[in-house]
Design a protein around this ligand. Structure first.
Ligand code: G4P
Ligand code: NA
Ligand code: NA
Length: 190
């Protein structure tokens, strides 16, 4: 998505050849006009697929998923909650996610009320890095008996291997901007 790549080059800041800070339009301040275009692009990429629901994870995924929903005929957006507690609640699906950036595990949960057997669920998130969050969401959808319609991310960092892991599970990944690598803190798009 050219508009997005231009914006990343204009406002993105690379830290230590590993983290892309995009607080200016995605992770702190939100450019709603750009988000609307992002939603439109997800619709184009998943055209022809039946999508009953969008699943994301708090917090940065929520705004992206919500704008996408508008372009998928206002399907409901469900977000997985992160919690430190591992208390078993019979009414929720849970999955353990490893965070590389924080070097800890955390539990994500979604109420069984909001994902049902047979539904077609599209996963949307802001970043795809190691793919742990996305795999956690996939596990929750699989537990529910719903179908993973695909995974759409705004920015992927290919060198962290998230896409590979998801494709190995048999699911389709669409990224709006794919970063091959950082070189001297310069962004190298695929
Ligand atoms: P993973 O899900 O791909 O395994 O992610 P990882 O544990 O490596 O990263 C943890 C958090 O950092 C995630 O947000 C992820 O979206 C975000 N992230 C990863 N790489 C980058 C990057 O280069 N730039 C930015 N801006 N974010 C990145 P999170 O913990 O779920 O936080 P939030 O959604 O509540 O903000
Ligand atoms: Na996120
Ligand atoms: Na984030």
């Amino acid at each position: 998505m050219e508009l997005l790549k231009k914006r990343i080059l204009k406002d993105g800041i690379v830290i230590n050849n590993s983290i892309l800070k995009v607080d200016n339009f995605l992770n702190h301040q939100i450019d709603t006009k750009l988000f609307n275009e992002i939603g439109k692009e997800f619709k184009r990429l998943f055209e022809g697929q039946t999508i009953d629901k969008i699943l994301t994870i708090e917090s940065s995924g929520i705004a992206v998923a919500s704008f996408a929903s508008i372009h998928f005929n206002y399907v409901p957006v469900v977000f997985a909650k992160k919690t430190n507690s591992s208390i078993i609640d019979e009414n929720v699906y849970t999955s353990k996610v490893h965070s590389f950036t924080k070097n800890t595990d955390y539990i994500i949960r979604v109420s069984k009320k909001y994902i049902k057997d047979g539904e077609n669920v599209l996963i949307i998130d802001d970043f795809l890095a190691n793919g742990c969050a996305a795999l956690g969401l996939i596990e929750i959808i699989e537990q529910s008996g719903a179908n993973v319609a695909g995974i759409g991310v705004v920015i992927e960092k290919i060198f962290q291997g998230g896409r590979e892991k998801i494709e190995k599970r048999g699911y389709k990944v669409n990224a709006l901007a794919s970063i091959e690598n950082f070189d001297d803190n310069k962004i190298i798009f695929k």
